[in-house]
Ligand binder design. Structure first.
Ligand code: PBE
Length: 575
């Protein structure tokens, strides 16, 4: 049967497009509301010296879950601080608390509604099943389009992923309230409102709290995923560690997440029946806590008011002092961190995410003619799609023009001489690469774009394959990072190898793993090493275990990029 493909993906695309445009105002309202609340939370949590919050948390855990856990809390928090993850932990804590609050505020009422009406339950249950099984990564995609990159799409995606247990358990808890109690309250003539607040909810609270506890744990498990779109905190530390293959850092950040999970878990689990309730009434404890939070927030609010930045119209305040970055392990990110130091841009923050998220953010700002600063590189199709300029770099923090090298594993020359020769002879120009990139950016499948380029440039391909013996189905494993440049080049060289008798697999990885994979022989080749500057650190780490076949493209550039309509010209203007 030859049924045409149902254009489900396209429908979703147009739906999301439509939503993005139609509800732009609503989305930007939600974004600023969430961001604003989160900032207040972070400010409150980091108001005093770390030890203050540590003691408060330890006391709270002691109160809810007995003193041994209190001691555990203080020790683990001191350890987190000592390892250097305190600020990240505050970010993570704030993100999880906020997602947790959102789940309660929205989830509990929905759960109550489900318990009261069978028809609602019949609609909500399958939706919850769907929300929980759809891989959480998928939510990130529309979230970026709606809310931009940063912490908000992360919170929204965590919220969607985490809300189900709260709704389910609220529904369950209320339904489980014994029938005779309901009948009794009916007999006393209580209104349904009284019934809900005086009978059902109090009796259902343990079950509801179990749901909230699960939701908070699920939200915590989302922090690494959320960091892919720029959410800061421990998740970003883990992601950075993966991307740079930094085992130690990964373990430290992971351990910090474990500690925070235990602390949050114990507090939420025992909130309803604190261990030392007989000593101090929980109403008193929670009132003191709430007052502390509110007073700190108010005090901070007032003192902040007075320190408004003088330069309210400067590029900094227009862009929230954010530079939109890409994958945390990318060489360009290191160069940008260096540049921030070199130019003393202490107010500025480099947002970590991915190349795709960066482009989405740029596109969004560009369409609204809003100021934005991104980390950029050439060749890149974005320069032909948008009117952009590099900021001048008088300190030369980003270095000059570079080359992209082909790097293969040791032993490839003996194992697959033909493929080795082709890889060695692979070399093309910026304009070639751009041709492929533009097609891909316009929506063409990367492998199709590669074939199209190959067909149109046989003269070049013939040079690459000259004298190379054809393969016999040997497998060649190419690794690459999902940068637009590398997607283009890897697909082209992959197709050429395939046309010459090799079985080619392309594997997309992070930067560190790309180099490590070649070095330990689990991958055969890559055409993505930016040298001498951008990937210098990776190169130095692995140089004894890899074979550098030299440049396949010359004249690349890295830097900070802004749309033409932004009226600054130099990185120095950011100060
Ligand atoms: N880039 C593109 C990469 C190399 C290829 C500039 C984003 C990097 O920064 O590592």
């Amino acid at each position: 049967m030859n049924l045409p493909k149902i254009p489900l993906g396209e429908w979703i695309d147009s739906l999301v497009n439509w939503l993005t445009i139609t509800f732009a105002g609503l989305f930007s309202f939600i974004t600023s509301a969430i961001e604003g609340t989160l900032n207040i939370l972070v400010d409150v949590l980091s108001a005093g010296p770390p030890i203050v919050l540590m003691i408060i948390l330890a006391l709270l855990v002691t109160y809810t879950s007995k003193w041994p856990l209190g001691i555990f809390t203080i020790v683990s928090l001191l350890l987190i601080d000592n390892l250097g993850y305190w600020e990240s932990s505050i970010q993570t804590l704030a993100i999880v608390i906020l997602s947790g609050l959102l789940t309660i505020v929205i989830g509990v009422p929905i759960g109550i509604w489900c318990a009261q009406r069978k028809s609602v339950r019949n609609i909500i249950t399958p939706i919850l099943d769907f929300m929980q099984t759809m891989p959480a990564f998928v939510y990130l995609i529309p979230s970026i389009l709606f809310f931009g990159i940063g912490v908000v799409p992360g919170i929204i995606a965590s919220f969607i992923f985490a809300i189900a247990p709260t709704i389910r358990m609220t529904n369950l808890g209320i339904q489980e309230v014994p029938k005779d109690l309901i009948e009794a309250s009916n007999a006393f003539g209580s209104s349904s409102r009284q019934k809900l607040f005086k009978v059902q909810l109090p009796l259902a609270t343990p079950t509801i709290m179990a749901g909230v506890n699960q939701s908070i744990m699920l939200a915590l498990s989302m922090v690494v995923t959320a960091s892919l779109v720029g959410a800061p905190g421990l998740g970003a530390d883990v992601y950075r560690a993966v991307s740079q293959i930094n085992v130690g850092q990964g373990f430290e950040a992971g351990l910090s997440i474990v500690f925070i999970a235990i602390i949050l878990d114990r507090i939420t689990q025992n909130l309803r029946k604190p261990a030392y309730e007989h000593i101090v009434n929980r109403k008193i404890v929670f009132s003191i806590l709430a007052m502390l939070v509110v007073i700190t927030a108010l005090v901070l609010g007032f003192t902040k008011e007075n320190t408004v930045k003088e330069n309210a119209n400067g590029i900094g305040s227009q862009t929230d002092y954010e530079i939109i970055g890409i994958e945390p392990g990318a060489g360009l990110m290191k160069l940008t961190r260096d540049a921030i130091k070199d130019y003393g841009l202490n107010d500025w923050q480099l947002i970590e995410g991915s190349s795709a998220a960066m482009v989405a953010e740029l596109r969004k700002a560009y369409n609204n003619q809003e100021p934005i600063i991104v980390t950029g590189w050439s060749p890149h199709w974005m320069f032909s799609s948008f009117n952009l300029k590099y900021l001048e770099d008088p300190n030369n923090s980003f270095g000059g023009s570079e080359d992209i090298h082909t790097i293969v594993r040791k032993g490839l020359e003996q194992d697959a001489p033909g493929a080795y020769k082709i890889l060695d002879q692979f070399s093309w120009e910026t304009s070639d690469m751009e041709e492929v990139m533009v097609d891909i950016a316009d929506g063409m499948d990367p492998s199709e774009a590669a074939v199209k380029w190959i067909d149109a440039h046989q003269d070049k391909v013939v040079q690459w394959t000259k004298g190379a013996q054809a393969g016999n189905g040997e497998s060649i494993n190419l690794v690459y990072v999902a940068w637009d440049t590398e997607i283009a080049s890897t697909n082209v060289i992959g197709k050429v190898l395939e046309q010459n008798g090799y079985t080619v697999t392309l594997r997309q990885v992070e930067v560190g793993p790309m180099f490590a994979g070649i070095a330990n022989g689990s991958a055969d080749a890559m055409v993505a090493a930016w040298l001498p500057g951008t990937h210098l650190e990776y190169y130095n780490t692995y140089k004894d275990d890899i074979v550098d076949l030299g440049a396949n493209l010359q004249g690349t550039k890295n830097g900070l990029v802004v749309p033409e309509y932004v009226d600054i010209d130099s990185i120095e203007d950011l100060n």
